[in-house]
Design a protein around this ligand. Structure first.
Ligand SMILES: *Cc1c(COP(=O)(O)O)cnc(C)c1O
Length: 360
């Protein structure tokens, strides 16, 4: 039995999605209309945050949020290297100089210690990524005295203590790319904040730096969440908690079936309720394990084998005087195994059996 990497399907929602899309088409409002406004309110309420600003995608969300937090050309912004490339790309596009910090190999997230090692008098912001659906220790990072932007693209619905990922930093960003835990049917993103001034500036920046499209007070972006995508998100948001519960159930099944004997399992940050956007284990021969799984029809993938500080476009920002040993270790050893809202117990057992069979 083949097991896909993404065991998630929207088939059951297609009739309702089609109906909602048809209503938007009939209504004739496509940009910044009632669907976006309603979704912004609903998502802010879900997260327990004051403001949600819908934007074009999760990458623009980071650029816009950094600028709204006051990052100016030449400012240093601390980012992990072990993340999706867009985290760092967005900081560069905001005019900032990214300064890489290391991660904790067990949680895949930055820590106060790894961030402190990268801080200088020029540090203007920290981007902490809630990687793979875990939650970075944002409250402790805020004690370092620099604004913290939480990149929650992979962690919709996760919690740290009583609070949701995305409501922990000075601002946060989401992506609604179709593979994320809260997907839309194309590109979409959001900036989240409790700060009225940051929200106002983010709204302005997504609309060409204008409040009214008459007077342009910033050089901004054309980056709005579409009405069509907002209508989709309003249908799918109420499903998010149940979907994440199913993902946690699959993660528990991996443990129950004994995967821990064959690989290092993902560790939630203390107090975090992980949402397993990806189920990422570590193995000292990760590519060999991937090949064993593949020979049995089980998909597995290394996401960031070449971390951002070694990518052609962004290696120039690599610290000459600091190693990133945690990053290099997990870059070499990580492997994402099948995960999703519809991953059956039988499929999980099959993956674990395949991991056991390889004797690697
Ligand atoms: C997906 C993702 C982004 C970018 O989101 P897009 O909507 O694809 O632009 C940024 N950061 C992380 C960690 C992501 O996973």
């Amino acid at each position: 039995m083949a097991v896909p990497l993404f065991a998630t399907s929207l088939d059951a929602y297609k009739p309702r999605l089609a109906e909602a899309l048809a209503e938007v088409v009939d209504g004739g409002r496509y940009i910044l209309g009632p669907q976006v406004e309603a979704f912004e309110q609903e998502f802010a309420r879900y997260l327990g945050a004051r403001h949600c600003v819908g934007v074009g995608n999760g990458t623009d969300a980071i650029t816009i949020a950094l600028r709204a937090l006051g990052v100016r050309p030449g400012d240093e912004v601390i980012c992990p290297s072990f993340t999706f490339y867009a985290t760092v790309e967005a900081a560069v596009n905001a005019g900032a100089t990214p300064v890489y910090c290391d991660i904790d190999p067990q949680t895949f997230c930055v820590t106060p210690d790894t961030v402190r090692a990268a801080m200088t008098p020029h540090t203007k912001a920290i981007v902490a990524v809630d990687l793979f659906g875990n939650v970075a220790p944002i409250a402790e990072l805020r004690e370092l005295g620099v604004p913290v932007l939480e990149d929650s693209a992979q962690a919709a619905g996760a919690r740290l203590g009583q609070r949701r990922a995305g409501a922990l930093g000075d601002a946060a960003t989401f992506s609604f790319f179709p593979a994320k835990n809260l997907p839309c049917l194309g590109d979409g993103g959001a900036v989240i904040t409790d700060d009225d001034a940051v929200a106002k500036l983010a709204r302005r920046l997504r609309l060409h730096g204008s409040d009214d499209k008459q007077t342009f007070v910033e050089v901004g972006y054309n980056s709005r969440l579409d009405e069509l995508q907002a209508a989709v998100l309003r249908i799918l948001l109420p499903e998010l908690d149940a979907w994440n519960e199913a993902r946690r159930g699959a993660a528990a099944a991996y443990m129950r079936h004994g995967l821990g004997e064959y690989a290092e399992l993902p560790e939630p940050t203390p107090g975090a309720e992980h949402v397993y956007h990806l189920y990422v284990v570590r193995h000292r021969r990760a590519d060999d394990l991937r090949d064993v799984l593949s020979s049995r029809g089980i998909e597995a993938r290394a996401y960031y084998r070449v971390p951002t500080h070694r990518q052609p476009a962004t290696a120039v920002y690599a610290p000459p005087d600091r190693e990133l040993p945690g990053t290099d270790e997990v870059a070499r050893t990580h492997l994402a195994l099948p995960m999703g809202t519809q991953l059956s117990d039988d499929s999980v057992r099959e993956v674990v059996e395949a991991c056991a069979s390889g004797s690697i």
